[in-house]
Write a protein that binds this ligand. Structure first.
Ligand code: FES
Length: 100
């Protein structure tokens, strides 16, 4: 039997939308699947385009390029939407502009 996915509420403050996201899926992928135009480029943790502020909640980070999210950025409450999986209800504000 496959492990049960937990659903969490993910709020994207920039567009004032709250969506359901699995703890097995990234914030970026969940937002894009919901039709939210979240800024990104590589979607693999290497460019920093999806940088966002974690306003509330906790995430776990998948492996990423060292330069894409510096330790001081993590300390400042920033994260990468393409690498962040929710560990509960979260609210994020994107800070980057992606490919636009
Ligand atoms: S989209 Fe490149 S680091 Fe997230």
């Amino acid at each position: 039997m496959a492990p049960q996915k937990k659903l969490h509420r993910i709020t994207i403050a920039n567009v004032k939308k709250t969506i359901n996201g699995s703890d097995n899926d990234t914030v970026l992928h969940t937002a894009l699947m919901a039709g939210i135009d979240f800024p990104y480029a590589c979607a693999s943790g290497n460019c920093g385009s999806c940088i966002c502020r974690l306003d509330s909640g906790k995430v776990s980070l998948l492996p990423r390029g060292d330069a894409s999210l510096l330790p001081e950025q993590i300390k400042a409450g920033q994260t990468l939407a393409c690498r962040a999986r929710p560990r509960g209800d979260v609210t994020v504000t994107w800070l980057g502009r992606g490919r636009k």
